[in-house]
Design a protein around this ligand. Structure first.
Ligand SMILES: Cc1cc2nc3c(=O)[nH]c(=O)nc-3n(C[C@H](O)[C@H](O)[C@H](O)COP(=O)(O)OP(=O)(O)OC[C@H]3O[C@@H](n4cnc5c(N)ncnc54)[C@H](O)[C@@H]3O)c2cc1C
Length: 467
């Protein structure tokens, strides 16, 4: 493929999330004419701050953290002097008490009755011993976690939380999700926790993080302003119907019923949608692989309250099945500006598009109010209003066979001339914002003939953040 074809032409960037915006940034810096096509009415994708009718919230808790000083500097330059540095507080609410997040054995032993604690330890050491003598079933999320934490802790926390988040049995999920995100306790730490449970020996996952004043969406807003000032154009609230190859090279995009000709494409929309849009540019087998990939959706129910919320947490995990939501976040604890003036709580209900949660058949407002009151976070009479936001593509689902299907689809898409797929949705990668910024940059460079996203991106990077 001659990716350099696009060098002096017009490039379409599909999706105005962080990956798409960063791709547009790099392409426009190289002097290309960039058109960004976005289905929503604003930029930001998952990293958007919604400000409407007195509501002000991110789509679930978003903290900016990166191990790359280059990416941090990039964001600092976008928002000079506007990044707050915050100390993370996030906990797990279980059995009417709070546990540290990430869950630590020392903390569990400290807060649980002696007999139950002994059960957790016995179960942990049994699994570790089993691991020495037999390889066991570790391909699934369930097998992976049990072999590292023991069955009792799995049954208490990891299993119920995971099954609520993903809506399927945890033995149908790939161990990849666990290995990318969960810190395993060292045997030495465990022995220490057993001898002295009051000392906390767990490694804390990213205790400090950055947050832009005014909401996480400020990063994408600043990036959108910058590319727009450089001459990139945006088509918001726009719908792609098809993408067809042109005989002389490049593509014809059908958008809102109009045909737009471009020399190259960076797609950051869900890879499943991109595959459908390009139709017979890839064989039927690839469409079959793509159809086996799916995303988990989220409905965000936001309650506006008349008093300050009685918790300092940035977010709280709620594994128990009696609550329909799996996490709560408190925007005022991220941005002190709104803590007093506009107290709000965001409840996340993960779901599949078109199930009872997504469709609105279930009364999510009532579920959030009853749950919040039961958790002691506010009184029913404190609630003054509510609103909803939905995201159909929140989490790529790492089913047992996802990796083979993703590779088949990405390999086929790699063969298309002047077309690059990238970002969380485009690479079907459960990632963080800093990763998406990098993926966007690498996608633009790929189109300019400078390496490949899939080779440049460090796939061993773990997702310490919480989305
Ligand atoms: C609940 C939650 C919490 C998170 N918390 C954190 C956190 O604390 N820290 C962190 O670093 N990361 C977090 N993340 C991850 C982070 O939000 C994402 O990794 C990042 O924002 C993804 O950016 P992206 O551009 O790759 O994808 P997206 O943001 O999904 O952008 C894709 C864009 O494509 C658009 N699009 C889709 N289909 C079409 C179409 N057919 N036509 C045109 N446009 C289309 C979408 O509207 C969207 O704007 C969280 C994610 C979630 C869901």
């Amino acid at each position: 493929m001659n990716r350099k074809n696009g060098e002096h032409g017009k490039i379409a960037v599909l999706g105005a999330g962080l990956a798409g915006l960063r791709a547009a940034d790099v392409l426009s810096e190289s002097g290309l004419n960039v058109l960004i096509i976005e289905k929503e009415a604003q930029p930001g994708g998952l990293a958007t701050t919604i400000q409407q009718k007195g509501f002000y919230f991110d789509l679930g808790p978003h903290r900016f953290h990166t191990e790359s000083s280059r990416i941090l500097q990039f964001v600092e330059e976008l928002l000079p002097g506007e990044l707050l540095e915050l100390q993370r507080l996030s906990r797990i609410r279980l059995l009417d008490r709070y546990f540290q997040y990430p869950l630590s054995f020392g903390d569990v032993l400290k807060k649980m009755p002696l007999l139950r604690s002994a059960g957790f330890l016995l179960s942990y050491f049994t699994e570790r011993l089993k691991g020495i003598f037999a390889s066991g079933e570790k391909r699934s999320f369930r097998g992976w976690v049990i072999s590292r934490f023991g069955k009792k802790l799995y049954d208490l926390y990891f299993g119920p939380y995971t099954e609520k988040l993903w809506g399927c049995p945890a033995d149908e999920l790939s161990a990849d999700w666990a290995s990318q995100r969960i810190t395993v306790p060292k045997l030495t730490d465990m022995v220490r926790a057993t001898i002295s449970p009051r000392k906390n020996s767990a490694r804390s996952l990213v205790s400090k993080f950055h947050y832009p004043m005014g909401g996480i969406g400020r990063i994408s807003d600043a990036l959108a302003d910058r590319v727009s000032a450089r001459g990139c154009s945006f088509m918001y609230s726009s719908f792609l119907n098809s993408i067809k190859p042109l005989p002389a090279g490049g593509y014809s995009l059908s958008v809102n019923g109009d045909d737009i000709k471009v020399d190259g494409i960076v797609s950051t929309i869900p890879v499943t949608e991109y595959t459908t849009l390009i139709g017979n540019m890839v064989p039927v087998e690839i469409h079959n692989c793509s159809k086996k990939l799916n995303y988990r959706a989220i409905v965000f129910l936001v309650l506006q309250l008349k008093t300050r919320i009685r918790a300092n947490d940035h977010w709280i995990y709620i594994p128990e099945g009696k609550y329909l939501f799996n996490r709560i976040s408190i925007p005022g604890n991220f941005d002190p500006e709104i803590a007093e003036s506009n107290p709000q709580m965001v409840f996340e209900f993960t779901c599949m598009v078109d199930d009872d949660i997504w469709s609105g058949d279930l009364d999510l407002q009532e579920s959030a109010i009853t749950g919040g009151v039961d958790l002691g976070l506010f009184h029913r009479h404190d609630v003054v209003g509510s609103t909803l936001a939905r995201k159909a593509h929140a989490y790529p689902i790492y089913s047992l066979d996802y990796a083979e299907n993703v590779s088949a689809v990405l390999d086929a898409l790699d063969k298309l001339e002047c077309s690059v797929t990238s970002g969380r949705q485009g690479l079907f990668r459960y990632n963080n914002m800093d990763h998406s910024l990098e993926m966007g940059e690498y996608a633009a460079l790929e189109l300019l003939g400078q390496g490949r996203v899939r080779q440049r991106f460090d796939w061993t990077r773990q997702t310490w953040a919480d989305g």
